[in-house]
Design a protein around this ligand. Structure first.
Ligand code: DAH
Length: 341
């Protein structure tokens, strides 16, 4: 074979082998074999000296081009492989602290439901509002059509603050209704998730601290059909699909008419079980059309605007959804309980 052809075929073989080399050690072996001081290229180069001067000039050019091309191909293969090693397996920082998977916390079951509902309501154009946990007696009761002597106050005994008879720990998220109307004016579409308090002798069904999710819509031409539509959306969302809502009359001083809302039982899906006491339904909310006096307290004209309001028991929803039978577990901070969710 002519020397010139030998150079070309050497380059060809080298590039082919280079492509199939997968690690740095392989690359180094290839370098020694082809480009090393006693490698294949050097051996061919040595043959140049036996040629006539004219031939040497011609073949010499090819030889130099071959050498350059091989070295360049080698350098770029080496660079690519080093890069890949850095970004994948070969590099790791031995001084980096390790956090075992179990040591990460996760979202509390009540907060999980709260966040799911916040997503749903914001997708329907509701804003998420907030209000104080230490509330005035006025917003918690009086503004909601529960004057100081009203017997409805007995149903929601709470914690009063020594020396501040006008301050209470809020018993419900409903006080934010009037706060919001005064601040934002009509129309309003909002929800208020939050912590509430009641003076309870705690047992499996009573807890002094719990969570609610309030809702308020005020606009022109709002009727009870809008309310039912929204509540049905919520029920469907909680189940990823089919669920029913039924509304039964119930007295709340700040709505007229008022209803208690029940949804299909999580556990038996309506056929009747221990959790729903064989009824197939679970009471999870109170709702109604906002009472004109409450609109007036919020500086909204009841002749022009109507509204509906609702309050979900978030802690209760979480308990029912996960079949938790003791309300005291929710706030206990007990890891054995919490790590189940
Ligand atoms: N605040 C009520 C409670 O804690 C629940 C409720 C009932 C909220 C009716 C509302 C409503 O907004 O319209 O028992």
């Amino acid at each position: 074979m002519e020397l010139q052809t030998q150079f070309e075929s050497l380059k060809h073989t080298f590039e082919k082998t280079l492509k199939t080399t997968v690690d740095l050690a392989g690359l180094e072996a290839l370098r020694v074999e082809f480009l090393g001081r006693k490698g294949k290229l050097a051996t061919l180069m040595a043959l140049l000296k036996d040629l006539s001067e004219e031939e040497r000039r011609m073949v010499g050019t090819v030889a130099n081009e071959t050498k350059q091309a091989m070295e360049q191909a080698f350098d770029s293969a080496l660079a690519a492989m080093k890069n890949e090693n850095i970004s994948s397996h070969a590099w790791f920082d031995v001084s980096e602290p390790i956090f075992p998977k179990e040591s990460f916390g996760h979202i509390h079951p009540v907060t999980q439901i709260q966040q799911e509902l916040e997503d749903l309501f914001t997708s329907m154009g509701f804003m998420v509002a907030d209000g104080p946990e230490l509330e005035s007696d006025y917003y918690n009761f009086t503004a909601l059509n529960i004057p100081p002597t009203h017997p409805a106050r007995d149903m929601q005994d709470t914690f009063y603050i020594k020396g501040h008879p006008d301050q209470v720990m809020r018993t419900q998220t409903s006080p934010v209704q009037v706060r919001a109307m005064r601040k934002y004016r009509a129309p309003i579409r909002m929800i208020v998730p939050g912590r509430c308090f009641r003076n309870e002798a705690t047992d499996a069904r009573h807890e002094h601290t719990f969570y609610q999710l309030e809702g308020l819509v005020v606009d022109k031409d709002i009727h009870i059909g809008h309310m039912k539509g929204v509540l049905e959306e919520v029920a469907k969302h909680l189940y990823d699909g089919e669920a029913n809502v039924r509304l039964l009359p119930k007295f709340y001083p700040f709505v007229e008419p008022g209803v208690r809302g029940e949804i299909t039982c999580f556990l038996c899906r309506g056929t009747g079980c221990r959790v729903c006491k064989q009824s197939g339904w679970l009471e999870v909310l109170g709702a109604g059309m906002v009472h004109p006096s409450v609109l007036r307290e919020g500086n909204v004209d009841p002749e022009q605007y109507q509204g509906f309001a609702f309050g979900f028991g978030l802690s209760r929803l979480a308990m029912l959804k996960y079949g938790v039978d003791d309300s005291r577990l929710m706030q206990s901070g007990d890891m054995k309980f919490l790590t189940q969710f």
